[in-house]
Design a protein around this ligand. Structure first.
Ligand code: FES
Length: 160
């Protein structure tokens, strides 16, 4: 199961990335997608082995960016962009909506363990601001209404 997900992450990253130097970074991103919002150490180690690079290269990326984590703290991790382009495109309202709807602040987990809210820098899609990511899935052109609907879909299990 772990190996299947790691191999899938490697394949997806390989399809997406042309430059070798960006490949490891993209692998870490896809590992988070495969494992629903985190990259367990055994997956990082296996990916490093398959890539024939030292595990430290993947650990450096997975521990440097606040977007990434090595352990699952909540069922779903919401990473909302707080950088300027998203901010001026309505990002402040998005953050306020998330805080209000979830009843938590950045770095906190809802009492039911369902969501963790994270503030992150640019997600690389400023053209569709404001943006947020949940477990590696990007949600674009957000409005407060869209945010409420997305949270509801996760709560009802329509999105898992
Ligand atoms: S500033 Fe939000 S995605 Fe770039």
């Amino acid at each position: 199961m772990v190996e299947e997900k790691v191999r899938s992450a490697l394949e997806k990253a390989r399809e997406k990335v042309l430059e070798e130097k960006d490949y490891v970074m993209e692998v870490v991103r896809y590992l988070h997608e495969e494992f629903d919002g985190y990259a367990p150490p055994e997956a990082l180690e296996l990916a490093a082995h398959l890539l024939e690079v030292p595990p430290s290269r993947l650990y450096e990326i997975a521990t440097f960016y606040s977007l990434y984590t090595l352990k699952k703290e909540a069922k779903h991790v919401i990473s909302v962009c707080a950088s300027l382009p998203c901010h001026v495109a309505g990002g402040r309202e998005i953050i306020e909506t998330l805080r209000k709807e979830l009843g938590i602040d950045f770095g906190q987990v809802t009492p039911d363990g369902m969501f963790k809210l994270e503030e992150v820098g640019c997600l690389g899609r400023c053209d569709t601001s404001p943006n947020m990511m949940i477990d590696g899935t990007l949600y674009r052109n957000l409005t407060p209404e869209k945010v409420v609907a997305i949270l509801e879909a996760y709560r009802k299990g329509v999105i898992e």
